[in-house]
Design a protein around this ligand. Sequence first.
Ligand code: SAM
Ligand code: SF4
Length: 315
Amino acid sequence: MIDGFGRNIDYLRVSITDRCNFRCLYCMPEEGVPKKDHNDILSFEQMESIIEVLAELGIKKIRVTGGEPLVRKGCVDFIDKISKIKGIEQVCLTTNGFYIDSHKEELKNTRLDLLNISLDSLNEDKFKTITRCGDIKEVLSGIETAREIGVKNIKINAVLMKGINDDEIREFAEFGKEKNVKIRFIEIMPFSICNSYEKYGISADEIIKRYDLIRTPDKDYSNNAETYKFKDGLEVGFIRPISKKFCAACNRVRLTADGKLLLCLHGTAYIDLKDKLGNKEAIKNAILEGIMNKPKEHGIDLGVIQNREMNSIGG
Ligand code: SAM
Ligand code: SF4
């Protein structure tokens, strides 16, 4: 599927719930989000029917995300089902890691090509401050479990925050080596309600300079991450939506739990698919027509801020 700027759109992120057991300060309000009416949320069968159409249109890779995807009952079964849809070559999961242990057996028996676990600090107290309620022990145990059950490609994502975790870059690099997982720091992005960008925003450039990091070829760092090395060879990656936007190479769209296909993480353009459920042709035509409205680039630098929170988009 080619958009109006000639980009090949072959990657879908599906947010299966906007609910979460954590309240990360840059993502969710402390009091949580109002519970959506059951009827407003797509069933897994409805999501699968949309994904089948998207796969016919050229989507090859899917990332299941949220909110916290593992809080929705049936998540792993859903992953298993979509991995079998014709045309889907890669299925990934993004999770805060808390429920990996309790899903161990299911995950062991499910194809997962890539697992991203979010972990913003290696310090127990800082971790609690960032997540407002999370227990780092559960997440660290989840990482061990994922390794133990043989998930081959595990990545740790940390949102880079000035004054909070920008002094932990080296510790993370060591952790990555010890656990044989890739570390990627993501520049914090502004969203309308939980806007922590002004307070905690810091450019990857500042970190690269501070630690004298050396750019290295990106090997298999996917998703627009750039790889850097410390002088002794320890590696970290940076995802830089703010300081080096990668919109020209954007290949993704995002399906929300309430049935909207978002065309840009930071824009307002979307295709409403919920009212077309049950009509495959209508879904297909709406996507083919709507994809031409995918914006050329995000406008954070111009002050354009998404009015949905990250917990409903999924990253
Ligand atoms: N709950 C899961 C998790 O935390 O991994 C999946 C959903 S979460 C919204 C997906 C990713 O978005 C996480 O890595 C999270 O750190 C990142 N994220 C959330 N808000 C962000 C923000 N304002 N700026 C940058 N990354 C953000
Ligand atoms: Fe939950 Fe993930 Fe958002 Fe943190 S980043 S509040 S774990 S959805």
